[in-house]
Ligand binder design. Structure first.
Ligand code: PYC
Length: 311
């Protein structure tokens, strides 16, 4: 029996597995994350793929932390792979733990496969995530993208790897959703074909475009293609961290000043950063989540799609 609590953060869904996840042992969280992806992919697909979920959904598997001062450990995953960190799902996780009566308003440390983060629950729905250190890795990388020609972007780390494009030939508007999906998927393929990777050789699997905001409080509107192939309905916590890293590096936005990021559906995150002693930035992302359902997932052995619909 797998018990889950679903929530959304700025429209982006999180499914927290509160019971019935696989036993991954007690090793380092990064090792347990590797085990989840390689040995329990059927579990991940069955929990998140259609007909129980969909490609936008991110799973949050609660695990025992190695560091005793952490509230919990967590491994984030989507319908195709693990995520290093996930901002919207961290907001969803804290709101879910509050809903379950396991935490109250306050500050917590959380262990993720890419490092320990902090999160502050301000009220039953509002959370600030103090993310892992973020940085721009490369500036102005030009690639040839089929149908679109030369596209230039920055590569940055915000807990996941991002290719960030400021001058999108497709305007960042919800009405252009299919075109935005097509364009960003083509960028992702081009990066792969042209062997443009993160410093450790891993794929740059999130693509982020920026355009003019609609909401007058916001400084920018984004569109984020996630590694699952679907788009982020929220402004993307790790994507905002990568954006802040680029702004900071260019000295375009000062430390501790609020940057409001609007998502493709119009939801907002309030963000800011501070410099770390090593010259990277420490981003803070504030957003709201709401619990949408509690469920016990059923896996009938006679169900031909018990492991989800996937290739
Ligand atoms: O909020 O960091 C995020 C995120 C990554 C992928 C989907 N959401």
């Amino acid at each position: 029996m797998t018990k889950v609590i679903d929530s959304h953060t700025g429209g982006e869904p999180t499914r927290v597995i509160i019971d019935g996840g696989p036993d991954l042992g007690s090793g380092p969280i990064s090792e347990r994350a590797r085990l989840l992806e390689t040995k329990h992919d059927k579990f991940c697909r069955s929990v998140l793929c259609e007909p129980r979920g969909y490609d936008a959904m991110v799973g949050a598997l609660i695990v025992t932390p190695v560091e005793k001062n952490c509230l919990t450990g967590v491994i984030f995953f989507n319908t195709s792979q693990n995520l290093g960190m996930c901002g919207h799902a961290t907001v969803g996780l804290l709101v879910t733990l509050y809903y379950l009566g396991k935490i109250s308003v306050g500050n917590y440390k959380i262990e993720t496969p890419v490092g320990i983060i902090s999160a502050q629950l301000h009220d039953p729905n509002t959370v600030s995530v103090i993310n892992v250190e973020s940085y721009r890795y490369k500036k102005g990388v030009s690639i040839q993208v089929e149908q679109y020609g030369e596209i230039t972007g920055d590569i940055a780390w915000g807990g996941n790897w991002f290719f960030l494009v400021n001058n999108s030939p497709i305007s960042v508007q919800f009405e252009k959703l299919n075109k935005l999906l097509n364009f960003t998927s083509s960028i992702k393929s081009a990066l792969k074909q042209q062997h443009i990777t993160a410093p450790d050789g891993s794929e740059i699997n999130h693509i982020e475009l920026f355009g003019k905001p609609v909401n007058e409080k916001a400084h920018s509107k984004n569109f984020v293609l996630c590694s699952s192939g679907d788009y982020d309905r929220s402004p993307c916590g790790t994507g905002c961290s990568a954006k802040l890293a680029c702004l900071a590096e260019e000295r375009l936005w000062p430390e501790n000043k609020k940057w409001i990021q609007e998502s493709i559906i119009g939801s907002l995150y309030s963000t800011h950063y501070s410099w770390s002693t090593g010259g990277n930035i420490i981003p803070t992302i504030t957003g709201k989540a709401f619990v949408t359902s509690e469920a016990t997932l059923q896996f009938n052995p006679l169900d031909p799609y018990k492991h989800g619909i996937s290739l």
